[in-house]
Ligand binder design. Sequence first.
Ligand SMILES: [Zn+2]
Length: 196
Amino acid sequence: MSFLLLWFVFATTVPVAAQEGWSDDDSGGYTDAQSMLTQAAHIFATRFNMRVYPLPTLKVVSREELRAVASRISRGTAGGNLAGLYRTEYRGRTKTLSEIYVVTGLPESTTMAVVAHELAHAWQADNRRGGTSTELHEGFAEWAAYKVMESLGETGEVQRMLRRTDLYGRGLRRMLAIERSYGTQAVIRYARNARG
Ligand SMILES: [Zn+2]
């Protein structure tokens, strides 16, 4: 018996400075990462009609565990500031695994942003028709996380995302430019269909 086995891994990084900015007074009403995942999925569905079913399994792991998972699956994703990743596995056309990993110890608002970013990758895995560049792929996930944080009034997190000068920040700004010109659904259509 043989299966075609496909793996996709999409990592998220957060600047190390933000990872060290742990504080307890930033609870923002989140009880735990699982409820953040449920909340992000609810916002995706109600605001953008982006549905992810079933929800990925969520794993909250140490920085070392996250790096170990990343390097087992794919080389080059195991950077020192890795904050989360989405991992999926298909056998033929059947999705047999769908997991979000998020590193423990981040500020809660950053954890929420990472969970939302990875959930957007889960949506992309189910909905994207064509291949796309890393910048656009990550830019869309970052945009989706940005919209979640914006709708939760997390202005500090929104500012952190906008300040990034790496491919996440560049990708986010490209998506925001599309949104300004053509609207929210245009960004989502673009994410489904874009090539290059
Ligand atoms: Zn990503």
